[in-house]
Design a binder for this molecule. Structure first.
Ligand SMILES: *Cc1c(COP(=O)(O)O)cnc(C)c1O
Length: 454
């Protein structure tokens, strides 16, 4: 079969307000040509992020009604605990309000000045929390992971030789843990192989250093392993997931991704001493250990989401539909980061607008044109986001796909709009910043076009 149908029926709908080009022009001008400043109501298809933007299932909503809101020892916590232990094998499970809260607690305990934390690519909140503790975050992704044209199946891998050199250079006593992000979000949503995690385990054993997963997209990563890795095709995704977690000493997770919920996080640990320290911080800043930063109903929804995300029909649809978007864009001549990742397609904006230099934000020009033409919101990942200090190596536009939210016809619409923008790309103008805050400027900066509108 060529058509991958959505493996769900729609039971509740949320209307999308259609807008005219004139309305969008006004909204975009008022937003200072920055789509972060738009009201969500003015957007037709919102691909800003896949974090917390997915739809919950009927069973998850049923769990919301069953939520036990007792302060301590709630039934919902034990259901959540059983499910997480069954899937991951971790003894100690701390609920948090979202992924970055788990990171903050972890690095407050193990980080600090003089420490170095290696990762394939730190996600931005992970890096920020490592650095907030006073430690240094280093990215050691394999070289092929930095080549947008390479079709290597595991471009998210952490380079084992670079990790060895890092241990030799800074000394194991200064490396509190090694982290590997599955899938590698900042590296284009590319997967990490099981072989790579096994090798990292061996290096960590040799240096007696814990190995942690940033496991936000653990199920998508495991599905890629099943599809692409030699000898893994016959195993269930659940088995592969379990082996990934078995190889690690701990994990931080944002449940807003593969937890299939709108809010929530987890911190998973094996070491009892570390757990005691983390739990004390949890109580101080998140909440009592049987609810963390969440309500009982949230724990129910996560417990159910973690089960549903392992359904292979769901994962086939999820990965295939992202790939479909990538294939169709390629067919209309749009250069993307290859191969398509799990949760997003990244458009190469330098190739899209060769006439706009990085200093004039080609990615932002494409983002504005997509909104103007079709009310689509995407996210610039290039000189606007990272270029305040030095220009990044790539100018990208990320189209992140919310889980179970849009149908294939929404995606076909996105393809049509982007193909139209691409056909008229020579008319796009570069931008200049007219107002920017001192840090994280992409969220609030305001822009103007360098030559007229389009
Ligand atoms: C989203 C994300 C986080 C942070 O999680 P939040 O729930 O947004 O705080 C950390 N790491 C990765 C890889 C992520 O994608």
């Amino acid at each position: 079969m060529k058509t991958i149908i959505e493996p769900f029926r729609i039971k509740v709908v949320e209307p999308i307000r259609m807008t005219t080009p004139e309305q969008r022009e006004t909204a975009l001008r008022e937003a200072g040509l920055n789509v972060f400043n738009l009201r969500a109501e003015d957007i037709i298809v919102d691909l800003l992020t896949d974090s917390g933007t997915g739809a919950m299932s009927s069973e998850q909503w049923a769990g919301v009604m069953r939520g036990d809101e007792s302060y301590a020892g709630a039934r919902s916590f034990y259901r959540f605990l059983d499910r997480v232990q069954e899937i991951t094998g971790f003894e100690h499970v701390l609920p948090t309000h979202q992924g970055r809260a788990s990171e903050r607690i972890l690095f407050e305990v193990v980080g600090g000045p003089g420490k170095v934390v290696p990762n394939n690519n730190h996600f931005d909140t992970t890096r920020a929390n490592v650095e907030h503790s006073g430690a240094k975050a280093v990215d050691l992704v394999v070289d092929v992971g930095k080549d947008p044209r390479s079709l290597d199946p595991f471009k998210g891998n952490l380079d084992v030789a670079k990790l060895e050199s890092c241990f030799k250079e800074v000394g194991a006593e200064n490396i509190p843990l090694v982290m590997v992000t599955v899938t590698n979000n900042s590296g284009g949503g590319q997967p990490v192989s099981l072989q790579n995690i096994r090798e990292l385990r061996k290096v960590c054993d040799r240096y007696k250093t814990p190995l942690f997963l940033d496991a936000c997209r653990f199920a998508e990563n495991a599905y890629f392993i099943k599809q692409r890795e030699l000898g893994q095709g016959e195993r269930s995704v659940a088995e592969i997931v379990r082996e990934m977690f078995d190889l690690a000493d701990g994990a931080t997770i944002s449940a807003k991704k593969d937890g299939l919920v709108n809010i929530g996080g987890l911190l998973l640990l094996r070491d009892s001493e570390l757990t005691t320290q983390a739990r004390n911080l949890l109580i101080l800043t998140e909440g009592f250990p049987t609810y963390g930063g969440l309500a009982g109903r949230d724990l129910e929804a996560i417990a159910q989401g973690l089960e549903e995300v392992l359904h292979e029909d769901y994962l086939t649809y999820r990965i295939r539909s992202t790939e479909y978007l990538g294939e169709k864009l390629r067919e209309v001549g749009v250069q993307i980061v290859e191969p398509p990742g799990g949760h997003a397609i990244y458009v190469d904006a330098k190739a899209f607008c060769p006439h706009i230099p990085p200093a004039e934000f080609p990615g932002q020009a494409v983002v504005c044109a997509m909104y103007r033409r079709g009310g689509i919101r995407a996210c610039e990942i290039g000189s606007v986001m990272f270029g305040a200090d030095e220009p990044p190596s790539m100018e990208l536009v990320r189209l992140a796909i919310p889980r179970r939210t849009y149908t294939q016809s929404h995606i076909d619409y996105v393809i049509e709009v982007l193909a139209g923008v691409h056909a008229e790309r020579e008319s796009l103008s570069g931008l200049r910043i007219v107002e920017e805050p001192p840090a994280l400027r992409h969220f609030t900066a305001r822009f103007e076009e360098i030559r007229g509108g389009n």
